[in-house]
Design a protein around this ligand. Structure first.
Ligand code: PLP
Length: 261
């Protein structure tokens, strides 16, 4: 039977990030995509123009409807927006702890719009992080979650260990925001002490909208197909690298990565 994956995330009307990026990535990697919408954004390549959260009860009802029926083998969360929605998601997922959960702790869009309310950070840390098979922060997100500055590889290791101490099983700390090195180096670290670095060349492009969503969705798709977490992360790194190299020139701003790369 075809495996399904569930994304619990926000809608990007421009089609480059959020639910749309996740579903395109699932499709590209041969997994049936299902979704629970947490927020609607009015968005294009220039930025986020408006945000409307979905009622937390409707978020819960979507998750229940999907998980009651479809063969979901991996779950991903993206934009969760409020503490109320996080609480609702955590509550619904409690009965499904056997399904791998990838948490992309989405906070701020590249254009600066807030996709997670400040007061929701504590709920994310306390209620959802401990349930994560993997959390995939970029450097600014890891700095908010840990309260630590990250300026070097050593800082990345320290921050990843702090994130593990919050209860998640593994961390993929994405190093693309580091300014001290000419490459993008991501650190993978598990609670069992397994760790590796994935280095790739930095690609000069403005078409990077939705990169984080696509990377986490690719990991989720590979997990849904039954691959190990380590293998899923490595395959997804190749996928996102190709997707950025083949970014699409659409609109006037930050065009999307190519989910079909
Ligand atoms: N909009 C939504 C709904 C998202 O989930 C995300 C992803 O993190 C973004 C926008 C941000 O996209 P970016 O920062 O890549 O422009």
């Amino acid at each position: 039977m075809t495996s399904a994956a569930l994304t619990i995330a926000g809608s990007d009307s421009g089609g480059g990030a959020g639910i749309q990026a996740d579903l395109k990535t699932f499709q590209e990697l041969g997994v049936f995509g299902t979704s629970a919408l947490t927020a609607i954004t009015a968005q294009n390549t220039l930025g986020v123009h408006a945000v409307q959260p979905v009622d937390a009860r409707i978020v819960a009802a979507q998750i229940q409807a999907v998980l009651d029926d479809l063969p979901v083998k991996a779950i991903k969360t993206g934009m969760l927006f409020s503490a109320e929605i996080i609480q609702s998601v955590a509550h619904e997922l409690r009965a499904y702890s056997a399904i791998p959960l990838v948490i992309d702790p989405v906070m701020i869009a590249k254009g600066g719009a807030s996709l997670l309310q400040n007061e929701a950070v504590a709920a994310l840390k306390d209620q959802l992080l401990p349930a994560a098979t993997l959390i995939t922060p970029n450097i600014p997100e890891a700095e908010v979650l840990t309260g630590q500055l990250i300026r070097s590889e050593r800082d990345m290791v320290l921050a990843a260990n702090t994130l593990l101490s919050m209860g998640c099983s593994a961390v993929l700390l994405k190093g693309g925001h580091r300014e001290d090195v000419p490459y993008a180096e991501d650190l993978f670290l598990t609670a069992n002490g397994e760790h590796f670095l994935m280095r790739s060349k930095r690609i000069e492009t403005r078409h990077t909208h939705g990169t984080g969503c696509t990377f986490a969705a690719a990991i989720t798709a590979e997990l849904a197909k039954g691959h190990s977490l380590e293998k899923a992360v490595v395959t997804a790194k190749h996928f996102i690298q190709l997707a950025i190299e083949n970014g699409i020139e659409l609109g006037q701003g930050h065009g999307p990565t190519n989910h079909g790369a």
